[in-house]
Design a protein around this ligand. Structure first.
Ligand SMILES: [Zn+2]
Length: 315
């Protein structure tokens, strides 16, 4: 698969896949279809009358407690983050995601199956230039002892630290720089993880109903329950970087910045984007073709809460 960084892209052909929703336990089918320039990534609930659309945008995030859930006019699509990470890393800007249920299929809990289906669909370059956002001034979002520090950088850097009191997890740190090859090698295979006690509690509340050792790493008090063990010794922190990338992919444009995340999660990831758009001066548009600092096109953020000019058509 080949793409240039300067143009918008969609998929070259339709592709289908299906699986189980992690939390709903429901069987869902997804069809990916090409979309025109400036359409954005948009989910369509084809199981509902009128096929309501939900744009994959940070300001459509309605729940972050267990996964990232998008919603619009009461219609939801959950657990979009691993899929979105694969879409953004491959440079896809425009895509119709037709889904017949309320939650993306979790597949094996990683991003590899999505990469495979997107590879089958291929990429198509479009006659429209790609816009990116560059962070211009540092800021921090916090929640208790968790935080994400954001500062200007010429490429996307993610520095992530987690700390879980478990003998196989503990404190883990992973530093990553945007690169599609590195995504495949280092992040894509890292699976969702959970702790047995939490899983039992969630299932007693009717959640994580689709969760199993086929789609999540589960730790008991002493070790890992999955017979095959871990895919990386630090699989957990790698998965958190994958989650962060997916949540960041809900920014309508690729972001250039250095993110230092400490014990963060979906809620804080989403706050980063909301904060970025809340204050003029935190970020500005650049054309990807000129995404070199000296050549940045100076385009001020036009309003306090900036509505991107390149908007998904919903409906
Ligand atoms: Zn995840």
């Amino acid at each position: 698969m080949h793409y240039d960084l300067f143009s918008q892209h969609t998929v070259g052909a339709e592709a289908e896949f299906g699986g189980t929703g992690l939390h709903s336990g429901a069987r869902v089918n997804v069809r990916l279809r090409p979309a025109p320039p400036h359409h954005g990534i948009v989910f369509y609930r084809v199981d509902l009358p009128g096929n309501p659309a939900i744009a994959a945008r940070h300001d459509n995030v309605v729940d972050t407690s267990l996964a990232t859930v998008l919603g619009s006019d009461g219609v939801r699509v959950g657990t979009v983050e691993h899929f979105m990470a694969a879409v953004r890393v491959l440079g896809i800007d425009n895509l119709r995601v037709e889904i017949d249920g309320p939650e993306m299929p979790v597949m094996d809990g990683s991003a590899v199956p999505y990469l495979e289906v997107l590879a089958r669909a291929g990429l198509e370059r479009q006659e429209a230039s790609k816009t990116c956002l560059r962070v211009e001034s540092p800021f921090t979002v916090r929640q208790g002892d968790a935080y994400v520090r954001v500062r200007p950088a010429d490429v996307l850097h993610i520095d992530y630290t987690i700390d879980f009191p478990h003998p196989l997890v503990g404190r883990q740190h992973f530093a990553w720089r945007l690169d599609a090859g590195a995504f495949r090698r280092e992040l894509a295979a890292a699976r969702t993880f959970g702790f047995l006690r939490e899983v039992e509690y969630l299932q007693s509340k009717g959640l994580a109903l689709g969760g199993s050792l086929d789609n999540a790493v589960v730790f008991d008090d002493h070790g890992v329950l999955n017979a095959e063990g871990l895919r990386f010794p630090d699989e957990c922190v790698r998965h958190k970087v994958l989650d962060f990338l997916g949540d960041l992919a809900l920014c309508p444009f690729p972001v250039f910045a250095h993110f230092e995340a400490h014990k963060a999660g979906h809620a804080l990831h989403n706050q980063v984007l909301r904060e970025m758009f809340r204050r003029p001066g935190h970020a500005r548009f650049i054309q990807a073709a000129t995404a070199i600092p000296q050549k940045v096109i100076h385009q001020p953020v036009p309003s306090i809460y900036w509505k991107p000019p390149v908007l998904a058509r919903t409906g």
